[in-house]
Design a protein around this ligand. Structure first.
Ligand code: F6P
Length: 316
């Protein structure tokens, strides 16, 4: 069988490891795997090439996505999708493995309806995909954030400051939650765990009165302007405050061991599903077992609130 593979949406460490697994396991089962450049844009532009065992050598350790990625506007339109399908079928490519987040899955679901045997792999640092405990790239991004928090703690303790660390996640608080726990943050503010500004300020006043030398607030993006909040804390709590917006650094870097293993497992599983003629599904890991679910059970669905929030108050 000819299988296409692409990465789409925001890049995430481990995407290359997933492509590598698809190519190598595909090869073992006698499939030909075509890499599609720049996500769905490459499908529309017919920009694809044959990948071999050798061509993915060294990819397990490489950050970003060597195939390139995009958020294609043209692919949102039905004409774009139809062109993509025609390009695949003209080359005899009947199956497609996509690695990305929610937007990528929506596109994949449509391609399945248009006759392409599609499988989705969760690739995003946000960990915001229902149906999997972890997404490829999340654990590496948590490591990057924890490293930053550890460094910020040094300087905020020296200067007796409160550091606000704004992290990515779009509308999901998992990056802030996991990194906040690992970094010993005093406050973790996320969409799932909104916090009253006045409450934070009054608790900071108390911290100051108790003689604490620093405080760390980890905040998910898109909630509040971190720099404005730092000014307000400085003015109202007596704790001098600074904000650091970590930004795109969170998406880069060599994938950590957990992401390399997750990517390898899910890439392998996707090919095995195609061997069994199972498609129209996305794969994930639950309780350390690989699983697959129809796209419709995952796209646009909400994840339950993370159990770890119950612990946060006790340990921070
Ligand atoms: O989905 C990954 C992510 O990094 C989000 O955390 C963030 O909100 C978004 O992508 C940024 O997207 P862009 O690369 O289009 O600026």
């Amino acid at each position: 069988m000819k299988i296409g593979v692409l990465t789409s949406g925001g890049d995430a460490p481990g995407m290359n490891a997933a492509v590598r697994a698809v190519v190598r396991v595909g090869d073992i089962h006698g499939h030909q795997v075509y890499g599609i450049r720049d996500g769905y844009a490459g499908l529309i532009n017919d920009d694809m090439y044959l990948l071999t065992h050798e061509s993915v050598s060294g990819m397990i350790a490489l950050g970003g996505t060597f195939l390139g990625t995009s958020r294609s506007e043209d692919f949102m339109k039905i004409e774009g999708k139809q062109k993509a399908v025609n390009n695949l079928l003209n080359r005899g490519i009947e199956a497609l493995i996509v690695i990305g987040g929610d937007g990528t899955y929506r596109g994949a679901m449509d391609l399945t309806k248009l006759g392409i045997k599609t499988i989705g792999l969760p690739g995003t640092i946000d960990n915001d995909i229902p149906g999997t405990d972890f997404t490829i790239g999340f654990q590496t991004a948590v490591e990057t954030i924890v490293d930053a928090i550890d460094k910020l703690r040094d300087t905020s303790t020296s200067h007796q400051r409160c550091s606000i660390v704004e992290v990515m996640g779009r509308h999901c608080g998992d990056l802030a939650l996991y990194a906040g726990i690992c970094g010993g943050a005093e406050f973790i503010v996320t969409p799932e765990n909104p916090m009253n500004k006045d409450q934070i300020i009054s608790r900071l006043k108390k911290h100051k009165a108790d003689g604490r030398r620093h405080a760390i607030i980890v905040l998910t993006e898109n909630i509040i302007d971190a720099h404005d909040f730092a000014k307000e804390i400085t003015e109202k709590s007596g704790f001098d405050s600074r904000a650091t917006v970590l930004g795109y650094i969170q998406r880069g870097g060599s994938p950590c061991p957990e992401d390399r293993i997750l990517a390898s497992r899910l890439g392998t599983y996707a090919v095995e599903l195609l061997n069994d003629d199972i498609y129209g599904v996305c794969v994930g890991v639950r309780d350390n077992r690989v699983i697959h679910l129809p796209f419709a059970n995952v796209v646009g669905q909400k994840r339950p609130k993370n159990e770890l929030y119950k612990m946060v108050k006790k340990v921070s």
